[in-house]
Design a protein around this ligand. Structure first.
Ligand code: SDX
Length: 427
């Protein structure tokens, strides 16, 4: 359904079409605005601006709803697995048994990386942050796969998609192994996608590695919870990079770089470090006061969200998973108690209630990952591993969108007016 909106400017009234989506807010189509009024809209951070049309994910921030191709995240986390969700995000429908088996077989046959790629790791210091390694190594994939970088060839796009999804766990596990000085393990195609990643990360050549099914299920669920999230900062980065025709590997490397920021994907690492700094429940009030202090830049990491003004549905699943994993591994982590106490205090505090600040996906994830044995520096790497399928799906959707153009937003200029050069002796 389309209606219209009228904007009145010094040049008179301009009627603009309004389009309705399947669900969610209508959009005012402003593509003709500048041509008709010589005026731009101004919206830093795109708080009120839709950058594209998409059919992949929908979030209702007020209701705390997250749908992937229409399916609620809670149902996918409960009944599906990461490979099936990856198929759903890429193809738009849940696969039949045969389609699923073919997809899993295809992905498992792309899990190895070129032997030369392993040399890239040797150039980094052993204490390099794994996200720095991920940015470098994923971008370097462009140098190895020239046969799947033509973005206008659907077959090459599919091959590049499969390669990227299949290799990102191997690259991530290698980043961890390099940081701890252990040898890389090759993929084992007899294992599940997630089980293979667990073995490449925590296994050693000296003995067999047995994947714990409870931990494998928890990790697989964590991957599902991080697989896609509309036009977040990193996905918008991937789309913008892709809009210039950049190859898929370079686009994913750009997304990884953006995800690393502590306000975005780096928040899971920051949230756990914050919980460790708080240390015990009696110190919570001090940190809540800092978070509320306008003059203090400190924010409660793992709290708040641009879209969710209710509970992040992923955080609820994450909290349940944290309890399961801690029990399974018999880990008595006092910061889990700090997290739950902090959550209760914050959710009853007027500041957080008025600003609609709730725990987000990053609040509990670090506790689980730490219990499983990942160092905090690997947390955002795991987020990037899972989100890669969402980045790929969103980039492919952009390329196939007849309305897509190279992204080149104008700006609101408030700098110096034109002036003449002044020779240095006259300054
Ligand atoms: C992710 O986009 C996505 O979908 C991201 C993500 C995904 O799956 O891709 O969901 C993953 O990035 C989750 C968010 C992880 N980041 C953090 O946990 C970092 C802490 N959170 C904040 O930095 C903040 O909440 C953001 C960045 C997440 C959202 O910021 P917005 O939407 O730009 O909101 P804002 O910064 O304008 O905050 C609104 C108000 C401000 O107060 P006022 O200026 O209005 O007085 O709320 C305050 C902020 O100061 N506020 C917080 C707070 N978050 C916001 N105050 C204390 N602690 C916080 N965590």
């Amino acid at each position: 359904m389309s209606t219209s909106a009228t904007i009145t400017t010094s040049k008179g009234n301009l009627e603009l079409p309004v389009h309705s989506g399947t669900v969610g807010p209508d959009v005012i189509d402003i593509r003709k605005l500048y041509g008709a009024t010589d005026m731009f809209t101004y919206d830093p951070g795109f708080t009120s601006t839709a950058s594209c049309e998409s059919k992949i994910t929908y979030i209702d921030g007020d209701q705390g709803v997250l749908l992937h191709r229409g399916y609620p995240i809670e149902q996918l986390a409960e009944h599906s697995n990461f490979m099936e969700v990856a198929y759903l995000l890429l193809r738009g429908e849940l696969p039949s048994k045969d389609e699923y088996e073919k997809f899993v077989h295809t992905i498992s046959r792309h899990t190895m990386v070129h032997e030369q790629l392993a040399m890239f790791y040797r150039g980094f210091r052993r204490d390099a942050h794994p996200m720095a390694i991920m940015c470098g190594v994923v971008g370097a994939l462009s140098a190895f796969y020239h046969d799947s970088t033509d973005i206008n060839d659907p077959y090459q796009r599919m091959v590049a998609s499969h390669r990227m999804i299949a290799k990102i766990p191997t690259i991530a596990a290698m980043a961890y192994k390099y940081s701890v000085g252990q040898p890389f393990l090759y993929p084992d195609n007899s294992l599940s996608y997630t089980g293979n990643f667990m073995r490449m990360t925590f296994g050693v050549p000296a003995e067999p590695y047995v994947v714990d099914p409870i931990v494998e299920k928890a990790m697989d669920r964590i991957f599902i919870l991080h697989a896609d999230h509309e036009q977040n900062a990193s996905t918008s980065t991937v789309r913008l990079a892709g809009s210039s025709g950049a190859n898929p590997f370079a686009c994913i490397a750009a997304g990884i770089a953006c995800l690393w920021g502590p306000a975005h994907g780096g928040a899971n690492e920051a949230a756990l470090n914050m919980l460790r700094e708080i240390g015990r429940p009696e110190r919570i009030k001090e940190y809540v006061a800092k978070a509320k202090d306008k003059n203090d830049p400190f924010r409660l990491m793992g709290f708040g969200h641009r879209v969710y003004k209710n509970y992040d549905p992923r955080a609820k699943v994450m909290q349940k998973t944290a309890a399961e994993v801690l029990e399974r591994l018999n880990v008595k982590d006092p910061i889990f108690d700090v997290a739950r106490e902090l959550e209760q205090i914050a959710l009853s505090d007027d500041y957080f209630v008025e600003k609609k600040l709730y725990p987000n996906v990053d609040f509990y994830s670090g506790i689980i990952l730490s219990a499983i044995g990942f160092p905090t520096t690997m947390f955002t790497v795991l987020f990037a591993l899972a989100l890669t399928v969402g980045w790929i799906a969103q980039r492919n959707e952009m390329i196939e969108d007849p309305n897509q153009k190279i992204g080149r937003p104008p700006h609101h200029y408030t700098g110096a007016a034109q002036r003449d050069y002044v020779p240095v002796e006259k300054r």
